[in-house]
Design a protein. Structure first.
Length: 140
């Protein structure tokens, strides 16, 4: 992820939610769209390149045209978080799956049970007790 102008702590949080959460904040969504937009602004020849992330870190990447098409579709999607959250809950909390969920939860310690249930309900990876109200944009 190209994080020009984003402090490392913020970039790490954005990537964490990109990988593990079903929603992101408005600010994170804008930064993700900007990141993808910068990819589209590059000439096709630079979509296979090496990127220096510091004196000792180099990343190599290659984006196939099909990947770029998918990224473009994601950036242009217009579904709302309410719609996405309902679908997520329909799948993750489906009544036919209750036996599997309860067996899994029973194997956890009490604190992990609460946390596991919370992430299934909200779709957002946060420390327990943190409000999820700022997470209003679906993780596209």
């Amino acid at each position: 992820m190209d994080t020009k102008g984003v402090p490392p702590e913020e970039a790490a949080e954005i990537v964490l939610h990109l990988w593990y959460s079903a929603a992101v904040t408005q600010k994170q969504s804008v930064q993700l769209v900007n990141c993808v937009s910068r990819l589209f602004a590059q000439p096709a020849s630079t979509l296979k390149n090496a990127y220096s992330a510091g004196p000792d870190i180099a990343l190599t990447y290659h984006y196939e045209p099909s990947t770029m098409t998918l990224l473009g579709d994601l950036v242009q999607s217009d579904y709302e978080w309410r719609e996405a959250a309902e679908e997520m809950r329909r799948v993750t909390l489906a009544p036919p799956r209750i036996d599997y969920r309860e067996r899994y939860i029973a194997s956890l310690s009490p604190f992990h049970r609460v946390s596991s249930t919370r992430i299934r309900e909200t779709g957002i990876l946060l420390p327990f007790g943190m409000p999820t109200t700022d997470f209003t944009q679906p993780n596209r």
